[in-house]
Design a protein around this ligand. Structure first.
Ligand code: HEM
Length: 459
């Protein structure tokens, strides 16, 4: 049961390529070895990368008993805590997903639409004409507020002011490859006081957990404070035996959602703004579609617009935020694409290379939302959120957030790229982000917004 061919480079250099230039490296490997190849990254077991829809289908549709993914996420434990869904496998994972699913269901997610549109308006109202800003900072400001509101139910007040800077600080650490290195290397986890990186991280984390605990106890003591947010829904959920989620589990899952849902969506939005300014004909078509809904369109009607949806899909296709789905370890001998693999082989659905297959996406480096209108892609051909039993829990929320933030901004403001410097994808923790964050400038407001300003309807 020989593993498929792959680069012969020393594993240390394979790892360096994977960290420093993952998209180029995958392109080189796909050109040389095809749809299935083995990467040997220093410190990891051999990883069989698969960019064939048939092979991916086999992985995503396999019963959970054939693959574990939680154990390959082990390095994230200091971030997400011991009780995180991302670390679970088998029946524990299945049960936990059932508990966490209701607030993320398509219908439920729609109830967050108004809040997302309002938050986007608030953030954009701070722009000044002709003063450049970084799209990624704006996206991040939007996604952190959306997560605080939808997940924690907090949008103002003392608790919001206490917890937000701590969360922002924690997320900043994770975004920096150097600052976050202690998370992945145990020998760097030395508490040398509040000024040492690890010492600062664990103190910060403890404060967040204490605040979350106080919030949970407060809501439990005052059930009238339970709202429509994800924390409240999770607190009301029970498993098959009628047991509620424990406090430790609640806190770890809250942090998991924050980490999984914040940077990813912020990066996706920054890319979308980049592509729209780079492709004025796409933006024009999009504006035409949004304007067809009239003034003050209903957020749900916006979220159903086909071209807007295609713009978001094409953004997530071209530079997928997650380069691959979670690695899966086979629990017994398996066969994929006619090849036999021994138990304990690790397979990886290669999102980037699948999204750049020329047979599926001709001229794959071009930003062409029309492809998604001309053709229906299967979940094994277009997979920005992974798939199967591990498929991204927050995909409906992420898509809604992208659509409403884009529609709200482009329909009200005239934006331009602030300079013409080339922008490249660059690693930011586990995601691929635009190298300079996309500098934009607001050159004025559109007619619809002007009418509102005159009527004093919005900021
Ligand atoms: C554009 C934004 C996002 C992208 C591209 C993305 C992508 C992904 C991918 C590729 C996976 C792994 C799936 C697999 O291995 O099959 C995943 C898992 C996950 N995502 Fe997302 N995600 C996004 C936003 C969110 C949001 C907004 C949330 C929640 C607030 C979220 C929560 C999760 C969770 C909890 C998991 C783990 C699921 C499990 O282990 O069962 N994600 N995401």
């Amino acid at each position: 049961m020989k593993l498929p061919d792959g680069p012969k480079l020393h594993p240390v250099f394979q790892l360096i390529n994977w960290i420093a230039r993952p998209f180029e490296y995958l392109e080189e490997c796909a050109a040389k070895y095809g749809d299935i190849f083995t990467l040997r990254l220093f410190g990891f077991p051999p990883l069989v990368f698969i960019a064939d829809p048939q092979g991916i289908k086999q992985i995503f549709t396999a019963d959970a008993k054939y693959f574990d993914a939680g154990r390959t996420n082990g390095p994230a434990r200091p971030l997400v805590g011991d009780n995180s869904l991302t670390l679970m496998d088998g029946s524990a994972h299945k049960q936990e997903r059932k508990l966490l699913m209701p607030p993320f269901h398509g219908e439920k997610v729609k109830s967050y639409a108004e809040a997302i549109a309002k938050i986007t308006e608030e953030v954009a109202s701070e722009w000044q004409v002709n003063k450049p800003f970084i799209a990624r900072d704006v996206s991040q400001a939007i996604t952190i507020k959306v997560i605080m509101q939808t997940v924690f139910g907090l949008n103002s007040g003392e608790k919001y002011r206490q917890i937000k800077p701590l969360l922002v600080d924690m997320l900043k650490v994770m975004a920096s490859p150097i600052k976050s290195s202690f998370i992945f290397f145990k020998f760097l986890q030395l508490d040398l006081g509040a000024w040492s990186p690890w010492g600062n991280y664990i103190r910060n984390r403890r404060k967040i957990y204490d605040l979350l605990q106080a919030e949970i106890e407060d809501r439990r003591a005052h059930p009238e404070k339970l709202g429509d947010d994800i924390l409240s829904l999770m607190m009301s959920a029970t498993d098959e035996a009628g047991q509620p989620i424990s406090d430790d589990q609640l806190k770890d899952e809250l942090i998991t959602l924050l980490i999984a849902g914040h940077d990813t969506t912020a990066t996706a939005l920054a890319w979308a703004f980049y592509w729209l300014e780079k492709n004025p004909q796409v933006k024009e078509k999009l504006l035409h579609e949004i304007d067809s809904l009239g003034e003050h369109p209903d957020p749900i009607a916006l979220s159903r617009l086909p071209y807007l949806t295609a713009v978001c899909q094409e953004t997530l296709r071209l530079y997928p935020i997650a380069i691959t789905a979670f690695a899966r370890v086979a629990k017994e001998d398996i066969e994929i694409m006619g090849l036999k693999f021994a138990a304990e082989t690790t397979v990886v659905a290669n999102i980037y290379s699948t999204h750049h297959r020329e047979d599926l996406y001709p001229n794959s480096k071009e930003f062409k939302p029309e492809r998604f209108l001309e053709r229906q892609y299967s979940p094994y051909e277009f997979l920005p959120f992974g798939g199967g039993v591990r498929m991204c829990l927050g995909y409906a929320l992420a898509m809604l957030e992208m659509k409403l933030a884009i529609a709200t901004i482009v329909s009200q403001y005239n934006l331009q790229l602030a300079d013409n410097k080339p922008i490249k994808p660059m690693r930011r923790g586990a995601t691929m982000t635009p190298s300079n964050g996309v500098p934009l400038v607001m050159t004025g407001v559109r007619e619809t917004k002007k009418a509102d300003l005159v009527a004093g309807k919005s900021n």
